[in-house]
Design a protein around this ligand. Structure first.
Ligand SMILES: CC(C)(COP(=O)(O)OP(=O)(O)OC[C@H]1O[C@@H](n2cnc3c(N)ncnc32)[C@H](O)[C@@H]1OP(=O)(O)O)[C@@H](O)C(=O)NCCC(=O)NCCS
Length: 150
């Protein structure tokens, strides 16, 4: 598995779209515990989870350690208003071989910032980054599959 997903640059198009709306797209530095914890809090909020305890945060930091972790910030609040993460995973194909695929997870937008195109910007950034890295497919585990058509 390649690690370039961690260092590939931020998608300029989505960063510009979000900047127009007064929001900032950024990669979370996985070594910055405070920033990663704030991202985890936002992710869990998105899925109606409780505010995580110190133990849950520690476990989540371990689980998310290898993932490209993207946040959308509204500078008026400390918790990210949008989250997504991604990594390169093997996708089994007919015949028994496998391809690299761009696995996408943790798509959330704060209730205060929904229906303004934040998720659209996050997903567009993921797909363009995968394409730029030559990853031939993207996969997504969804709880609301119908919203991804657009
Ligand atoms: C789903 C979620 C990420 C959408 O974020 P968002 O920033 O509001 O989405 P966007 O503004 O980019 O919307 C893009 C399109 O998605 C669809 N969509 C978004 N929310 C929708 C909803 N509640 N019902 C139906 N369609 C929806 C619409 O087609 C929308 O386009 P439109 O506004 O032009 O009609 C956000 O509601 C969320 O965090 N929900 C809780 C967590 C979750 O369900 N995550 C997805 C797991 S698969």
């Amino acid at each position: 598995m390649t690690q370039t997903h961690l260092t590939a640059p931020l998608d300029e198009r989505s960063a510009a779209d979000l900047a127009e709306a007064g929001l900032r797209l950024a990669l979370v530095d996985l070594a910055d515990t405070a920033a990663l914890d704030a991202w985890i809090v936002a992710d869990m909020r998105g899925f109606h989870g409780r505010r995580p305890s110190a133990e849950v945060l520690e476990e989540a930091r371990t689980n998310f350690g290898g993932r490209r972790t993207t946040a959308v910030y509204d500078e008026r609040v400390s918790t990210p208003v949008g989250t997504v993460n991604s990594w390169v995973a093997p996708l089994t194909v007919p015949g028994g071989g496998s391809l690299d695929s761009w696995a996408i997870s943790s798509v959330t937008v704060a209730p205060t910032h929904r229906r303004r195109g934040v998720a659209t910007a996050l997903l567009g950034a993921e797909l363009r980054t995968a394409h730029a890295l030559g990853v031939p497919a993207a996969i997504l585990t969804v709880s609301e599959s119908t919203i991804y058509g657009r």
